[in-house]
Design a protein around this ligand. Sequence first.
Ligand code: AMP
Length: 598
Amino acid sequence: MEIGVGCSQSFVRMLEKMEEFDPEKVIEEFEAITQDAGKVQRETLKKILEENGSAEYLQSLGLNGRTDPESFKTCVPLVTHKELEPYIHRIADGDHSPILTGKPITTISLSSGTTQGKPKFVPFNDELMESTMQIYWTSFAFRNREFPIGNGKALQFIYSSKQFQTKGGLAAGTATTNVYRNSQFKETMKAIQSQSCCPDEVIFGPDFHQSLYCHLLCGLIFRDEVQFVFSTFAHSIIHAFRTFEQVWEELCTDIREGILSSRVSAPSIRTAMSKLLKPNPELADLVYKKVTGLSNWYRLIPELFPNAKYIYGIMTGSMEPYLRKLRHYAGELPLLSADYGASEGWIGANVNPKLPPELTTFAVLPNIGFFEFIPMKHNIEDQDHNQMDPSFFHIEPEPVDLTEVKIGEEYEIIVTNFAGLYRYRLGDVVKVMGFHNTTPELKFVCRRNLLLTINIDKNTEKDLQLAVEEASKLLGEEKLEVVDYSSHVDSSTDPGHYVIFWEISGEAGEEILKECCNCLDRSFVDAGYVSSRKVNAIGALELRVVRGGTFQKILDHYLGLGSAVSQFKTPRCVGPTNNLVLQILCDNVVESYFSTAF
Ligand code: AMP
């Protein structure tokens, strides 16, 4: 079989000729490209460099037409977004010369910008679109083998961001918006039986709250046809059903009378919805009966959508804290975690859909980019025991290739793709859990730079998540839960201390919250933290409880910056560059507690 580089061969054929989608063929192709992932990686790099060798960026680095990995690594430096920003801004400002890619970039994606507090511009092109579809098809093929869906519809909580033109006239929007607006998206959704039950006007509506209301309404109208419930990130699913808890009676009234609530004011959405909404008292009664029969909203989703086979979306990483709530809404319905990628490009597909979200891995597609991995810890077994660990001197280990990674090790991932990013530090840490043929299966660990650190302590997003999980168990005794959380290092005190912000689903007693605060402090088990706390080199941890709706305000803040709900991730650690979000959190604090654990 001929191995496709950049995009699988059968995939290209299917796209070009609109051939019938054949999941078994897609799986066969995936098996083929992962047989010798090292070879496919070299071919992919060669293709990327051949197609883009004329770009100013690569020209300036002296590759002189060489396309082998060794020359590439010698000539091309590791970069972050900051180093590429001037090039990307020239593109956005309308410079059509080949700057980062051979073919000019005509579209810009906005990444969610959770970390920096403002969206970043990244190039988007046809190749990125194709690899997105390849990922969708691949994971669908594996998913459908285990969890076949019938011909029906999908309740997809997807939203477009506002699209705008850059100074140079390029279309700009979030990566998901660029994907949803592309004609290939609809074709692919049709092929993989995942058509949304909502009209486009809802997805592309001007106001997210109105779109969400209509997503829910369409879901109910097509309740028997809904085969699965989806959103890009699990946060949007939770957000949608929390909203349902508030608006369900209004939805029933709309269905009963066949008249759309006045809360939906956008004319485009009203016109589109009027074609679907007809008076249906039987359905309204049924929904009413289903909802009033529930206990604390448990099994809400299967009750509303009796033919749904699963819930699908990214549930790993910063989405894990929502799993408990999602399982509550889902009852026995399986939760299937979606693939791994970023606005900058895709990395891997979930080809083991039966694994629960906590164990989900992503098999890297070796033909969509060239991937390198910086070891997070020096592999002690491999080195002479007399040598010092290089990380002691802050020397970063050399990146290794895709097929050189080791099971059980953690790495920072470096991406080179077909859209003008070369040796780009995505900022994510992944762990190698195994191999699918010769390509690694990665588990997402955390963002590399999301660290709570004051002196010698180092706590990642994952450490924070574990601490919050532990402490929030205490709230469970009062039937309360942490709706969402974030953190901050407060260095205005001497010594500095960690601040954890919690939004809680109701009123918790003072004693419980004091216990939660102590438990949070004790749950950061990093040796640097514990020893610093013992000698008071780090001050007592502070738990600040914020008003209900605070995290909604944060979401609204990001939407105002041009982000889309589809890509929203709550910032788990708010640094000094993100002072507007910090302000929102601080302005909404209703009570605060200091730990007495040390
Ligand atoms: P964005 O900035 O909106 O493009 O989001 C990209 C980031 O989302 C990635 O760099 C990851 O940190 C995170 N992400 C994407 N996919 C996953 C996944 N499957 N599991 C965990 N985190 C993910």
